[in-house]
Design a binder for this molecule. Structure first.
Ligand SMILES: Nc1ncnc2c1ncn2[C@@H]1O[C@H](COP(=O)(O)OP(=O)(O)OP(=O)(O)O)[C@@H](O)[C@H]1O
Length: 237
């Protein structure tokens, strides 16, 4: 593949004595949306955390935008243009929507129009309506949308999204899918960890399935949707 924005090879990570990732291999092309799938406990969140430096990798290589980033501090990785939206919506509940966005502001790379709260409000009209609201007074889905919007304030080239649809009502899940597609239309590559095949099918071109800490299957979403045997072997409980 020509010049992927993110290239992970032989990635190992774990918690204390527990080894969780056993040599994860994956790549993300520029501007592509790929879904990282797999059953509960397969290692999806751990993979994203290890890429982002939130969990120090125990081995392997993570290349982002042409640089080796394995073992670097998360803030440095973020500065290079890799965004991260965790599963637990880490917003500042006492700050307003606009203030939460401002917290995420980082300079744009040369030649790229920077994201501003105003530009984001065009992108996320329902956030615009509540720009002065305290984030603590928003629903879970609205908070999730805010964390995605805030990650864009860092002007990322790629974003890691951890289970964005989890626990959300169907109408909010649809809005989330639209947000991911708009990011893609802006040329931002997205690696989204997801258990929901409908959501993955709505946003991603390609799926990677993790099982017991390594990638066991990869292919197009269309193939995955059509192949019940693969789904039964790797996804359904
Ligand atoms: N902080 C932690 N300390 C110890 N073990 C952990 C920790 N976080 C996750 N694990 C373990 O690591 C393994 C992979 O977890 P991970 O959260 O990456 O899975 P996942 O594929 O994202 O699944 P889920 O959808 O359930 O979040 C699991 O066995 C889990 O129990």
């Amino acid at each position: 593949m020509a010049d992927p924005v993110l290239q992970v090879a032989g990635l190992r990570a774990g918690y204390g004595p527990a080894e969780v990732l056993f040599g994860v291999e994956l790549h993300l092309a520029r501007g592509e949306v790929a879904a990282l799938m797999g059953r509960n406990g397969a290692g999806k969140s751990t993979t994203l955390k290890a890429i982002m430096g939130l969990l120090p990798p125990r081995g392997g290589s993570v290349r982002f935008a042409g640089q080796e980033i394995a073992g670097q501090a998360p803030y440095r990785i973020a500065r290079l243009g890799l965004g991260y939206v965790p599963e637990d919506r880490r917003i500042f509940t006492d700050l307003t929507v606009t203030e939460n966005l401002e917290v995420g502001r980082r300079a744009a790379p040369p030649g790229r129009a920077p994201w501003t709260p105003e530009r984001l409000f065009e992108f996320f009209p329902n956030l615009a309506e509540m720009r002065h609201r305290r984030a603590g007074a928003m629903s879970g889905g609205e908070q999730q949308m805010l964390t995605i919007a805030r990650s864009l304030m860092g002007n990322p080239e790629a974003v890691l999204l951890d289970e964005p649809s989890e626990g959300l009502a169907p109408v909010i899940v649809e809005q989330m899918a639209e947000a991911v597609l708009r990011m893609k239309a802006e040329g931002i590559a997205v690696l989204v960890s997801e258990q929901n095949l409908d959501f993955a099918g709505a946003v991603a071109d390609r799926a990677l399935i993790l099982e017991k800490g390594s990638v066991r299957w990869q292919g197009s979403i269309a193939t995955l949707e059509a192949d019940e045997d693969v789904r039964r072997a790797h996804l359904t409980v």
